[in-house]
Design a protein around this ligand. Structure first.
Ligand code: NAD
Length: 316
């Protein structure tokens, strides 16, 4: 039996077209619910909010393949799967341009006062530009921390589209990509000192947790703009709030938060006027969702035909 979990209503038809017999569940399920509802599953196709724990794996006796429609797979107990010979596939790149585009959606929305302008006209019936002077992107220095799939796309859009000066820090520099996408590698310190806008595109690792902290903010220009579409824990929220209150930081645009599900804990940063927060939607667009499903379908089809799997998670 093939079971799809966490399916949005608008994606049901495309699953049914390819796998008419698949069981499709929209609501995210907890451990016990997965065990109960997917008991006969041979193939599970999940998203990141389905915790495929040791207990789940132990209690799904027929399970042979887990396909996660995501880059990350930390919601799956790899060791437990390995012990039972269960294969795991992910979708390593479902559209980095979509996340990169969201960076500019946040920047333009915040720096050109789009929501305030709309509110002014729609809610206050006032058609007046005063007080909404924006900040242009052209010729500003954009500092990218991390130049992987997403960082490179951001660099390309910034340099070729907005004619920004792009500098970047990555412990594994890719000089070819720098030439192609018109950016220059610098040290992290230099990036912190020179940037007008900093955008984060590194993974969350022990050495990137709180890479933006009190000390790094002190090194930045006054009026710095910070964008984070990577992971919330990369920024020390307390330091961000201090920087905003002192006006060292002028704007903060976040698609991710520290302890994302704890909105009460994040209330102050969310409510800060110069802060825009979106609910982890950078990945969520027509293109990326289409590719996410196509890649997942391809892994399932290959498995069913006994063919070599393309995106098998390494070591399994
Ligand atoms: P990637 O693996 O292609 O690139 C990550 C880059 O970060 C690599 O070049 C790596 O060398 C670099 N890096 C590692 N340690 C670093 C450090 N200490 N300082 C600076 N750079 C460092 O990943 P990607 O696809 O570009 O994604 C980047 C991150 O974006 C992911 O790890 C994920 O957390 C996040 N993400 C968010 C969304 C969203 O919807 N908001 C969607 C996808 C990915």
């Amino acid at each position: 039996m093939l079971v799809f979990l966490e399916v949005e209503p608008e994606d049901i038809a495309k699953i049914q077209k390819i796998f008419p017999k698949a069981q499709i569940i929209s609501k995210p399920l907890n451990e016990n619910e997965i065990i109960k509802k997917c008991h006969n599953a041979e193939i599970l196709c999940v998203f990141i909010y389905s915790q495929i724990t040791k207990k789940v794996i132990k209690n799904l006796p027929n399970l042979k393949l887990i396909v996660t429609r995501s880059v990350g797979y930390d919601h799956i107990d790899l060791n437990a799967a390995k012990e039972k010979g269960i294969k795991i596939c992910n979708v390593p790149d479902y559209g980095s341009h979509v996340i990169a585009e969201h960076v500019f959606a946040l920047l333009l929305c915040g720096l050109r006062h789009i929501s305030e302008g709309d509110d002014r006209v729609e809610k206050n019936h006032k058609f007046d530009f005063h007080g909404l002077r924006g900040m242009a992107l052209k010729a500003k220095t954009l500092g990218l921390i991390g130049t992987g799939k997403i960082g490179k796309n951001v660099a390309r859009i910034a340099s070729l589209g907005f004619l920004m000066n792009v500098i970047a820090y990555d412990p594994y520099p890719d000089e070819d990509a720098a030439r192609e996408n018109h950016f220059q590698y610098v040290s992290l310190d230099k990036l912190l000192q020179k940037s007008d806008i900093i955008s984060l595109h590194c993974p969350l690792l022990p050495n990137t947790k709180h890479i933006i902290n009190k000390k790094s903010i002190e090194k930045m220009k006054n009026g710095i703009v910070i964008v984070n579409t990577s992971r919330g824990e990369i920024i020390e929220t307390k330091a961000l709030l201090t920087g905003l209150k002192s006006k060292k930081i002028s704007h903060v645009f976040l698609d991710v938060l520290e302890h994302e599900k704890n909105l009460a804990e994040n209330k102050e940063i969310i409510n800060f006027p110069e802060v825009i927060v979106t609910p982890h939607i950078a990945f969520y667009a027509d293109d990326s969702m289409k590719k996410m499903y196509e890649e997942a379908f391809s892994s399932i089809k290959k498995f069913l035909k006994g063919e070599k799997l393309m995106h098998q998670v390494e070591g399994i």
